[in-house]
Every structure is written in structure tokens, then in C-alpha cells.
Design a protein around this ligand. Structure first.
Ligand code: FE
Length: 349
């Protein structure tokens, strides 16, 4: 996307923020049944950070006149709330990060299927539910980050190779308790099978330079500090750190380019089973899949648009192109329990 188009979008966002006053839901508002049945109100439960998604709510509200009400929380509590509220839920749409949570929502019966040619055209099949009840809206790659001081990228190749003797005492990882690594391991089980995945993950554990870290930033900071030389993180964490410190001695490596490709995951959304306004919910999803919204949605967190027609931001583009794993991201949810057990068996906690 060129600079002119970007500045047009930024201007429109600024205007939208001025003219709309999106309402943050309070529990009290749920009692207003008339409001939730109103065709021009869309209610969203979002595990996506408010700062990242609110500009799009503002813009959509400005363009369509549909009022968006929302609450933000972590995916787990929002899912529990949807289940507890059942048919009384005011929520039309559930927005979250990670296909693992989207699959869980689908599996627990809180979503409903929808049919949309626009979504099928704009979003690749591997980033959509096989039940047609959720879609990915932005894409993140979970890739290898290495020390530019101590690693020659020619010595890197695959996720599997990080289990080998060359990386003994040189690897840092985030904890297995976070869904991101569970999803990575789940998709490996899907493609490589459980025995091979178990020996790879066991090899990673043997190669760890330190106990797993609680987040991706800490894992990268450990590489910068010289505690280890490589780690595996989501690209946007690297992007944020690099933005703050352009001299950061870390770089991105795209593994498995000769075989299955880099592990990718999504943030996405599904229409709730008891949506009061499923038509508006589908319209909003379709709008989010179109180029203008796709750029804003991805750029806000230095992610990749899911719509292949849309280019990522300049910063994201600067990391180079890569082949992504085309396994359906739904495997992240379907095989999550197996992944957690496997990680536990090999002592990855
Ligand atoms: Fe994250």
C-alpha cells in the first residue's frame, strides 16, 4: 500500500474517532433487551486488545451507522461467559487471538455457521474454520529469532534442527503453558506425527539454556543478553522491540522453507450461536476482510493481512517473504490437548 493510500486511511480513522462515540458495555446494559434486538447495534466480545480493534469499530460505525458495543477480556473468561449466558447473551461476535481458542469456541457450541462468498474469496481456506463458523482476520508467524552477534543464519534451517547437538545450551523458549507454543506443537503433530514431534520437542528441552520464559519478549531479551542464541517468537513481538530499538542485535529467520513452511496462526472471529444480529455480524466480518480494514487490522500490531491481495506494513515487509505452513490452523485447537500432554511428557513446562 502506498504512502498516499496510508495517509488517506489515517485521516479517515482520525475523523471516525472524532465523530463516533463507541460504547463500552457495562453489565447493566445487558438488561436492555430492546437495544440488543436493534438491527443497528452489534455487540462484540473481544479478547483482542481494545487499542488494536477500536479504530476499526470507529470506522465501521462511521461508514455504516451500525453502533458497536463491546467488552474486552481474555479469551478464556469470554468463552466461559458466552457459555454461561447461553441464549441470553447479548454478544453477536466473538473476537480472539489464536486458532486454538477459535476452535474451542466452535467445539463448545457457542458459534454458528455462516455462508459468505466474500469471506471465502478474501480469506484462504487454511485460515478459516472447516465448519464455516469462524475466520482468521490477521496472520502472525511464529518463527526463529537469532542473535546477529553469535549466529550465522546459514547455520539455521528448520524448527526440527534446533533439537540437534549444534544448539545445545543455546536455545531459549517461552513457556509451554501459553497457547502459542501449544499451537506450534499441535500443528507439528498434525504434519509430522506424534513420535517424531515428541523427539523434536524433547530435543529442544535438552538444548534449553534456561528455564522457559513467561513471554516472547523475555525470551528475546535473553538472546540479547547472551544467555542463549536463538528463540522462537511471534513476529509482532519482534517488530515492536525492533521499532523501539532499531539497533537490536536480533534478526528474523524463516525456517522450513524447503518443506512445510513457517508456523502461522491467526487472530479471528466467529458469529455467536445466539447472535441477535447475525446479519450485521456477517457484514462486519466481510468488511474486515476487505483491503482497507485488512491493512489497518494487521498494521496496528505489525501482523500480516490474511487477505492475500493486501500487502503488510513497510516494517513487516522488511523481514522478507516466506512460505507459510498451509496446514489448516484449526489443527492447533483440534490437537491442543495432545500437544499439552506431549510437552509435559518431555519436561517442557
Ligand atoms: Fe501475543
Amino acid at each position: 500500500m502506498n504512502q498516499l493510500r496510508r495517509s488517506v486511511i489515517i485521516n479517515r480513522l482520525a475523523k471516525a474517532a472524532k465523530v463516533t462515540g463507541i460504547s463500552m458495555l457495562s453489565v447493566g446494559l445487558f438488561a436492555c433487551a430492546d437495544d440488543s434486538a436493534n438491527k443497528n447495534v452489534l455487540t462484540v466480545y473481544t479478547a483482542r486488545n481494545e487499542q488494536l480493534i477500536r479504530p476499526l469499530f470507529d470506522l465501521y460505525q462511521q461508514e455504516t451507522g451500525t453502533e458497536i458495543r463491546y467488552i474486552t477480556d481474555s479469551a478464556g473468561p469470554l468463552l466461559a461467559r458466552l457459555k454461561a449466558e447461553g441464549a441470553n447473551t447479548p454478544a453477536d461476535l466473538f473476537v480472539t487471538v489464536d486458532a486454538g481458542f477459535l476452535w474451542q469456541a466452535s467445539n463448545e457450541g457457542v458459534l454458528q455457521p455462516f455462508d459468505s462468498e466474500i469471506l471465502k474469496t478474501n480469506i484462504p481456506e487454511s485460515l478459516r474454520s472447516t465448519q464455516d463458523d469462524w475466520v482468521g482476520l490477521s496472520l502472525r508467524a511464529r518463527t526463529i529469532i537469532y542473535s546477529t552477534d553469535r549466529v550465522n543464519p546459514e547455520d539455521l534451517s528448520t524448527y526440527e534442527a534446533l533439537a540437534g547437538p549444534d544448539w545445545n545450551g543455546r536455545l531459549c523458549l517461552r513457556t509451554a503453558k501459553k497457547v502459542y507454543n501449544q499451537s506450534l506443537v499441535a500443528t507439528m503433530i498434525k504434519t509430522l506425527g506424534e513420535p517424531e514431534t515428541e523427539s523434536i520437542v524433547g530435543g529442544w528441552v535438552k538444548n534449553l539454556a534456561a528455564a522457559p520464559f513467561s513471554n516472547d519478549n523475555q525470551a528475546m531479551e535473553a538472546v540479547v543478553a547472551g544467555l542463549c542464541d536463538v528463540t522462537i517468537v511471534n513476529t509482532y513481538y519482534y517488530g515492536r522491540m525492533k521499532e523501539d530499538n532499531p539497533d537490536l542485535p536480533l534478526a528474523v529467520f524463516w525456517p522450513n522453507q524447503d518443506d512445510r513452511g513457517v508456523h502461522v496462526n491467526v487472530s479471528g472471529a466467529g458469529i455467536t450461536k445466539y447472535a441477535k444480529n447475525p446479519v450485521a455480524a456477517k457484514d462486519f466480518l466481510e468488511w474486515l476482510s476487505k483491503p482497507e480494514a485488512q491493512y489497518i487490522f494487521a498494521e496496528a500490531n505489525q501482523e500480516y493481512p490474511v487477505n492475500p491481495e493486501v500487502e503488510p506494513s513497510e516494517l513487516v515487509k522488511s523481514w522478507g517473504e516466506f512460505k507459510a505452513d498451509s496446514v489448516n490452523v484449526e489443527a492447533a485447537g483440534r490437537l491442543q490437548a495432545e500437544a499439552i500432554k506431549l510437552m509435559d511428557r518431555v519436561g517442557y513446562h
